[in-house]
Design a binder for this molecule. Structure first.
Ligand SMILES: [Zn+2]
Length: 472
């Protein structure tokens, strides 16, 4: 990259090792990925003066003024040790080293917007080396992604117009309510939670807000200048706009109507600090949802995702927030202990899964997502059984050769039907709090005796866990 901006090969090599040295020092001062999931380790309120005292080499007060930050009295310094490590870098590195570091970051961040040589160099490392991708995606796909990244709610309006019907929204909302009802029943039935905590859990469950499809109020991009002949400038101005929009939230009440995913995104999320679940229009289409599919398929496909997001409010991370989204522990020490015992079963089970030879999953890192997958599918399954009973539809009723229950599991498996290269699987095993698709299917259903029953699996079988784990 340095060579591409005109540095001689020898100097480029030196500068590259400077960058690597600074990155390594900053990485060592960072929290590991597993700890980053623990809000107790990432919430540290400080005054600006306290922040200044742990980073004397960086004038944060000048920085806040330079970026036009509104006045504030305290801030969350997520990882104080990182700021201290950052201060050490500033104290021990020369000004030239710091300039080289920032220069590389500037070029690297914008590489995708620069001429072909930069695009290819960027791809050869992040695409090929790190992820094993064989070839760069076609230009039009990269352009659509860039538009989604930079002007997501403008692209989103068009996406919603073309793909998202009122019927989809209605059916999803009904399913969400049914699965919330099942979660309420489930909380009452579990034996590891105390009666008082159950009451609190019900309060939290009833306070969950549901957001489906797209925001009520679209982001206003009218102040962003987009010019047909200035790709780099467009990207720069769109980022500037987002950065300003974020800074202007300082000192204002939380906007609970805001989305952190764009409408075309094929994903969903639970926000613990707002206690809401969010399903962008992008995930409310096949294979996750179809207006033409029967309920059994839809419950298995999108229903399990709905259940997944809902349980996030009660997993090892989400349970530390109350119904209003404040970081406040509402569990007794005994509940916590028993929850941990149940959850440890998943930690052990998933730590035994290996996506590529020689690499195992990190059961602690993936715990929240695994609990959500396992709990989510159970809630969706109970909701389907209730739905079938209400309509007097027998569970064994076959459509296209499969019973209702079998269709449910097929719908679920279709969610995760994808190919992953070994390089990407290796990287994900070390960094991604989600298990890879293979185990999101096989790991989950092997914990459900119902799966073995409806497909006639005989023990011992890979599809029947020796010890079935369950929290929800
Ligand atoms: Zn999740």
């Amino acid at each position: 990259m340095f060579e591409l901006v005109g540095v001689s090969p020898t100097d480029a090599q030196k500068k590259a090792s400077t960058v690597m040295g600074i990155e390594t020092a900053l990485a060592k001062a960072s929290l590991d990925v597993t700890s980053l999931r623990d809000p107790q380790k990432t919430v540290h309120e400080m005054s600006a003066a306290e922040l200044a005292s742990i980073s004397p080499r960086f004038q944060f007060d000048q920085f806040f003024r330079a970026v036009n930050a509104p006045e504030f009295s305290k801030l969350n310094v997520s990882v104080p040790d990182f700021i201290k490590g950052f201060n050490v870098v500033l104290a021990t590195r020369s000004m030239d080293d710091l300039k080289d570091y920032l220069r590389w970051h500037y070029v690297s961040t914008s590489a995708k917007l620069l001429p072909k040589a930069f695009v290819n160099e960027n791809f050869s490392f992040y695409g090929q080396v790190l992820s094993g991708v064989a070839e760069l995606r076609p230009r039009w796909k990269r352009c659509v992604t860039a538009t989604d990244d930079e002007l997501g709610e403008a692209l989103g309006q068009k996406f919603v117009e073309k793909t998202f019907g009122q019927q989809g929204k209605q059916r999803t909302l009904e399913m969400v309510h049914e699965i919330e009802h099942e979660m309420g029943q489930d909380i009452e039935s579990i034996n590891w939670m105390s009666a008082d905590t159950k009451k609190q859990a019900q309060i939290k469950l009833h306070a969950v807000a549901e957001k489906i499809g797209y925001p009520d109020k679209w982001r206003d991009y009218s102040t962003v200048t987009i010019a047909a002949d200035d790709y780099f400038g467009n990207w720069f101005r769109a980022n500037e706009y987002e950065s300003r929009r974020d800074r202007n939230k300082i000192g204002k009440p939380v906007d609970r109507a805001e989305w952190t995913m764009t409408p075309p995104t094929v994903n969903a999320y639970y926000d613990p600090s707002q206690n809401n679940i969010n399903f962008p229009a992008g995930i409310l289409q096949p294979p996750f949802f179809s207006n033409n599919a029967g309920n059994a398929i839809n419950y298995g496909a999108i229903g399990a995702i709905v259940g997944h997001e809902l349980t996030h409010g009660f997993d090892d991370q989400g349970r530390q927030y109350d119904a209003d989204g404040n970081l406040r522990d509402w569990w007794t020490a005994e509940d916590e202990k028993r929850f941990k015992e149940q959850a440890d079963c998943f930690v052990k089970e998933y730590s035994g899964f290996s996506p590529v030879p020689g690499v195992n999953l990190n059961g602690e890192l993936t715990l929240g997502e695994n609990t959500a997958d396992n709990g989510g599918i159970r809630l969706a399954y109970m909701a389907l059984l209730d739905d079938l009973a209400k309509k007097d539809t027998p569970q064994g009723l076959k459509v296209d050769g499969y019973s209702q229950s079998q269709q449910f599991f097929l719908g679920y498996a279709q969610d995760w039907c994808e190919n992953v290269r070994p390089e990407a699987a290796r990287l994900a095993a070390q960094t991604d709090p989600h298990s890879p698709p293979e185990f999101r299917v096989d790991g989950v259903v092997s914990n459900m005796p119902q799966f073995g029953e409806v497909f006639g699996c005989k023990p011992p079988s890979r599809m029947i866990a020796a010890k079935t784990c369950r929290v929800w």
